[in-house]
Design a protein around this ligand. Structure first.
Ligand code: 1HE
Length: 267
């Protein structure tokens, strides 16, 4: 097992709650949580360790009125990067975001205000997105003379489809409210605090056995990249491991002796 030392992080604030739920907050509200390279390195750091540090679920949030304004445009402007330099920047973004999507630890994003550009790429690397009424989604790259570099061509197009993503980039179209949920940009919208709802969902997910969550939050994504034949094979192998885990026996016994809760529709 590895240990996470919250004091090592500066651009992220990291807080452990009971039950193995961790809160990871982008903490540069005066910069609208724009993603500079230091923040990306901290995301790589945290999500490299999390799967082996008893982290059972993560709430990913942004301090202040906006979740994340995307690429730190001021840093990018000042650095005046070469093509190769920026390619390597993007590869670090992919390192961080792939660790999130494929790492096996459930990540629930709590969204408010701007979720734009790289901020949307970050949010789409989470497994569940919860938005409040102030949240809006956009890909302003086209207007800035840029292109997506943090996986939007893969993850955002997965959420909303190719044509809608191209429209968002070409015209700067944004989505908010129920329309954003209907498109699949978020799975939950709340009138109150998206953070509180995300926390509730994280605590609920953290009740599952870690190996089940590992499979849910890594295997599904891997399988999407496979042929149907290979995915079915991989699914059988994963189920072979997960569905025979000794820790599950207690839960199965509770079902068999009728002490386990039954599945009923929610209100
Ligand atoms: C920033 C950034 C940023 C704000 N990089 N510093 N992303 C964008 O094109 C979105 C750019 N940001 C905005 O459109 C707006 O800032 C917001 C809608 C997010 C917020 O508006 P507002 O009125 O609350 O804030 P503001 O006055 O615009 O900005 C406040 C401060 O945050 C200001 O800094 P200050 O030092 O002058 O106080 C801004 O400079 C700073 N700030 N956003 C740097 N993005 C791997 S490729 C990914 C490609 C992309 O992500 S492109 C999309 C970039």
């Amino acid at each position: 097992k590895q240990q996470i030392d919250p004091s090592r992080f500066q651009n992220l604030s990291i807080e452990a709650q009971e039950g193995g739920v961790w809160v990871v907050t982008l903490n540069r509200p005066t910069k609208r949580n724009a993603l500079d390279i230091a923040t990306i390195e901290e995301l790589v750091d945290f999500f490299s360790i999390a799967p082996r540090a008893d982290v059972r679920a993560v709430v990913l949030s942004g301090a202040g009125d906006h979740f994340c304004a995307g690429l730190d445009l001021i840093e990018h402007h000042h650095e005046d990067r070469s093509p190769a330099d920026f390619m390597h920047v993007c590869l670090r973004w992919h390192e961080a975001f792939n660790k999130m999507e494929y790492g096996g630890v459930p990540i629930i994003a709590a969204l408010q205000g701007a979720v734009v550009g790289g901020g949307l790429e970050l949010a789409s690397s989470a497994h569940i997105r919860v938005m409040d009424r102030s949240a809006y989604f956009g890909l302003p790259e086209g207007q800035r003379g840029l292109f997506t570099g943090g996986g939007a061509t893969i993850r955002v197009s997965d959420l909303v489809g190719k044509s809608r993503m191209i429209d968002m980039m070409l015209t700067g179209r944004t989505y908010k409210g129920q329309a954003a949920v209907d498109l699949g940009l978020a799975q939950y919208i709340v009138d109150g605090s998206s953070f509180e709802k995300a926390l509730e969902l994280a605590h609920r997910a953290a009740q599952n056995l870690p190996l089940s969550n590992f499979a849910i939050c890594s295997a599904v994504s891997h399988m999407q990249n496979m042929s149907a034949m290979d995915a079915a094979y991989a699914e059988a192998v994963v189920a072979g491991v997960v569905n025979t885990q000794p820790d599950a026996r207690e839960r199965l016994a509770a079902f068999a002796d009728k002490s386990a809760a039954r599945i009923r529709p929610e209100d």
